[in-house]
Design a binder for this molecule. Structure first.
Ligand code: ADP
Length: 494
């Protein structure tokens, strides 16, 4: 028996052991060693959590409470995240290997989601309609009921919060399932939720594997909404399961985002943007700018600058505050990324940089891969079409704006795009023409609680953040109140 600490699930305001009695180990990607045991949930645990959330929705105080009171509790959770940000960041790094510097920054930013949606909770207003009948008709947005959130391992608490804050502010109750590789911060957050004053059952966390506990959450008859962030394959599968029961779903899926550098761009800034886009978070973000489209006239100069800048990046221990590139989050992903390096080579792409484990003592045990740049990539190669989810950049040359647009849009994904140019007319034209849910001009990877985020095409359905983000978690009820003296002819409707 392992003596590593055991992390239990949080259901109905209680810390509970898994029905199966089984736990699995969660691994520190820097040391490649397990550091805790996580409860291995199954359908029985899923049912328990959904039932608790349903009870809390139907019978508990959450829905009856004035929205401003709900807002106060959500706000308090934001304050507690702020207070415990360093501890949360440290757990996050231990579980997924992201840079401590980045996680501290990200987790200090997280409370804004709770503050924003806490403020929105009592501003959800209905409409009185100009009715053409002897009646007062009005409609108002109402919560959906039990919402399920399934999130991946790359930014566990951020992606948790993008769903939890609006879903709860809208008056729903929630069952969250973090990724099996990164469950620890979601559980720590439940300690804070309890302290913030959430009534039992309003927010629950079950842990375990997708098929074993995630799927039963989605197919449970009491679930009304699925909020999913993860791969397109899993998202499409879960969407079809949700469709069977006519459940609503918001999906934030994969990407193969183009970062387009025109000849008049400030090349130094563009280098920083391209590096941040693909090597930030070791390339493990859905918005990774994994296709670099460069104008032919600056191609060689740009690649040279890019390679020089990337070479100078410090790779190593994610806990060291000066590290710029950390390890890949898990063994499976590490193998997958190296597999894509082989695929790209086999397809004839030219390896300019990286493509292997760094030759550094500090990187000897963890899941490290050097930042990798391929040139001579054609858009029909697998390396340009499939999501790698790692630090691998594919450079493609273009001559004309129209050609850049065609290449950029020739993808099954449409999550994000970057444009680097000094010409604002061209930038605006590009923003019109690109099929992407976010277009960044002379910047990349910006995200805010105020601004809708989501995908075109196979990158997803629905939007997170901003006012639009809370609408995903609401449904409209129309109410009719007759003002007629007598009920009209019951046999004639309309
Ligand atoms: P990734 O490649 O990022 O791990 P996934 O889409 O497989 O992408 O995983 C994202 C989340 O979806 C994780 O929490 C994972 O456990 C969950 N998941 C994976 N497969 C299923 C499934 N069949 N049903 C429910 N959840 C799943």
């Amino acid at each position: 028996m392992s003596d590593l600490p055991k992390l239990n699930m949080y259901i109905d305001g209680q810390w509970v052991e898994p029905a199966s009695g089984h736990y699995f180990e969660t691994v520190d990607p820097f040391t490649a060693k397990p550091w805790a045991q996580v409860a291995r949930g199954n359908a029985e645990d899923a049912d328990r959590a959904i039932q608790a959330a349903e009870r809390a929705f139907r019978k508990g105080p959450w829905r009856r409470m004035h929205p401003s009171e709900r807002g106060r509790i959500i706000y308090r959770l934001g304050e507690l995240i702020e207070k415990y940000a360093d501890e949360l960041a440290e757990i996050e790094v231990r579980d997924n290997g992201r840079l401590l510097a980045e996680m501290q920054h990200q987790i200090r930013y997280l409370p804004k989601w709770y503050y924003y949606y806490a403020g929105l909770a009592d501003k959800i207003e209905g409409v009185v309609h100009p009715c053409d009948k002897p009646a007062l008709s009005y409609s108002r947005p109402e919560p959906l009921g039990v919402c399920v959130g399934i999130v991946p391992w790359n930014a566990p608490l951020l992606l948790f919060s993008l769903k939890a804050a609006p879903a709860l502010a809208a008056g729903n109750t929630l069952v969250m399932k973090p990724a099996e590789h990164t469950s620890a911060t979601a559980l720590k957050l439940m300690e804070l939720a309890e302290a913030a004053g959430f009534p039992a059952g309003v927010v629950n966390v079950v842990t375990g594997f997708g098929k074993e506990v995630g799927e039963p959450l989605v197919t449970h008859p009491l679930t009304r909404h699925l909020g999913f962030t993860g791969s397109t394959a899993t998202g499409a599968h879960l969407y079809s399961l949700a469709a069977k029961d006519v459940k609503r779903a918001s999906l934030e899926l994969g990407g193969k985002s183009p970062n387009i550098v025109f000849e008049d761009a400030d090349l130094d800034n563009a280098v920083r943007g391209v590096v941040g886009g693909i090597f930030g978070a070791t390339g493990q973000t859905c918005i990774a700018g994994s296709r670099l489209l460069v104008h032919r006239s600056v191609h060689d100069r740009f690649i040279e600058k890019l390679a020089a800048f990337t070479r100078s990046a410090r790779i190593g221990d994610p806990r060291n505050m000066s590290t710029q590139i950390g390890p890949i989050a898990n063994q499976m992903q590490y193998d997958k990324v190296l597999g894509y390096v082989d695929i790209a080579r086999g397809e004839g792409a030219e390896l300019v940089l990286g493509g292997k484990r760094p030759d550094l003592a500090e990187c000897a045990t963890g899941f490290f891969i050097e930042p990798t740049i391929f040139t001579g990539v054609k858009n029909d190669m697998r390396i340009a079409r499939e999501e790698v989810f790692g630090p691998v950049l594919s450079a493609i040359v273009f001559d004309e704006l129209e050609e850049a647009v065609e290449i950029a849009n020739d993808s099954e994904f449409g999550l994000a795009a970057g444009v680097w140019t000094a010409d604002m007319k061209r930038a605006l034209r590009m923003s019109d023409l690109l099929d992407a849910g976010s277009v960044w001009i002379n910047t990349y990877r910006d995200i805010s609680y105020t601004t809708p985020f989501g995908g075109y095409k196979k990158s997803g359905i629905g939007r997170e953040n901003g006012v639009e983000g809370i609408r995903e978690y609401l449904q409209t009820k129309a109410v009719w109140i007759s003002t007629a003296e007598e009920v009209a002819n019951p046999f004639v409707i309309g």
